[in-house]
Design a binder for this molecule. Structure first.
Ligand SMILES: [Zn+2]
Length: 353
């Protein structure tokens, strides 16, 4: 049977070239590359899925979850960096931070937004792995439009729609970006569904890393429930500073998993998150679909198989909710398309079970 889930696409998402990243002070190649979404699209199209072009949406949809200062920073960061002469004078052709407003540096004071573009980056970025280049803003903005267009399709009656998008977004908070993410596409989608007749939306994040962005953005709201299944930060994994089960409460559920958890434990965790979504009475679902929990993925040790992703998808589809699926992580180029296909087929099967 062909896959009937619409795949929302924008060529602009290919324009972001991180050009590597800085890890422990060293430049490394980085694996959040344009080829990721090309590979996914290729596999989904071969499976019969219809491809839909992303429609442009106004900034208001971004500002529902992000501070205007972050959006303006990202929009202008590259031009200001270039105008300040860092590429020509210093040989640095990506916007990167070097100083950060540690909570104890500023204490009870309100941190100044720095005048220096080099320092300003550290006001908004929480790591050194998320560079901004000449094409970044257009790609980031298009990624949000992909997520919003997937929402439109669902609001117009599709049971499920998939945003085939990059860069990913689930680590971004209201005003801070990082983890190869710039705007929180899943959070933007959830806010969109909330603003359009859905009373309670759930974001279920199955990327291998904690969905800290949505947890933070919706922490004080009871109309968006957030759940995340991820490798345990306390076992030494990104985002390191948060993501424990102790942070769970009425509006958030964190299920950290040990390295080498494998299919059985991972699927059981997805089932728990799905049950919690049912319990809170969500009437629409956003799936933050990272496939980096896969055994072949270089970015996590969770060791989930393609069958595991299909089974996890089934559990999400079983919720029977209008569903927007937003692409997050997944870095093995040979496997990424098949993993996404298995997840979407699982969701489809679950919806029609
Ligand atoms: Zn991830």
């Amino acid at each position: 049977m062909p896959l009937t889930i619409p795949v929302v696409w924008s060529d602009e998402c290919l324009l972001h070239e991180p050009g590597g990243e800085v890890w422990i002070g060293r430049p490394i190649p980085g694996d959040e590359v344009p080829e990721r979404v090309r590979r996914i699209r290729e596999v989904l199209e071969a499976a019969g899925a219809p491809v839909v072009d992303a429609r442009a949406h106004p900034d208001g949809a971004l500002l529902a979850v992000h501070d205007e200062r972050l959006v303006e920073f990202l929009r202008t960061a590259w031009e200001e960096w270039e105008a300040a002469g860092y590429p020509a004078d210093q040989g640095q052709d990506r916007v990167v931070p070097y100083i950060f407003p540690h909570p104890d540096l500023v204490g009870t004071l309100e941190a100044i937004v720095p005048v220096s573009p080099a320092a300003r980056t550290g006001f908004f970025s929480f790591d050194t792995m998320t560079p901004v280049g000449p094409g970044t803003w257009r790609a980031v903005r298009a990624a949000a439009d992909c997520a919003l267009t997937a929402c439109d399709l669902v609001l117009e009656g599709a049971a499920v729609a998939y945003a085939c998008t990059r860069p990913p977004g689930h680590h971004v908070t209201r005003e801070a970006y990082g983890g190869s993410c710039y705007l929180n596409n899943a959070a933007i989608a959830a806010a969109r569904l909330r603003a359009n007749s859905h009373a309670r939306v759930a974001i279920l994040d199955i990327d291998a890393h904690h969905g800290n962005g949505a947890q933070s953005i919706f922490a004080d709201r009871d109309d968006v429930f957030t759940a995340s299944v991820h490798v345990d930060p306390e076992a030494g994994w990104f985002p390191h500073f948060l993501g424990t089960a102790r942070e769970s409460g009425a509006g958030n559920l964190n299920i950290p998993l040990a390295p080498r958890t494998g299919d059985e434990g991972w699927v059981a965790a997805v089932a728990r998150a799905a049950d919690a979504t049912r319990t809170v009475g969500a009437d629409a679902l956003v799936v933050a679909l990272g496939v980096d929990a896969a055994a072949v993925d270089p970015e996590s040790p969770l060791e989930v198989s393609r069958d595991g992703f299909r089974e996890g998808g089934r559990l999400l589809g079983n919720l029977g909710l209008p569903t927007v699926v937003v692409q997050e992580g997944g870095y093995d180029l040979a496997a990424i398309g098949g993993l996404v296909l298995a997840s979407l087929e699982g969701i489809d099967e679950g919806l029609h079970a």
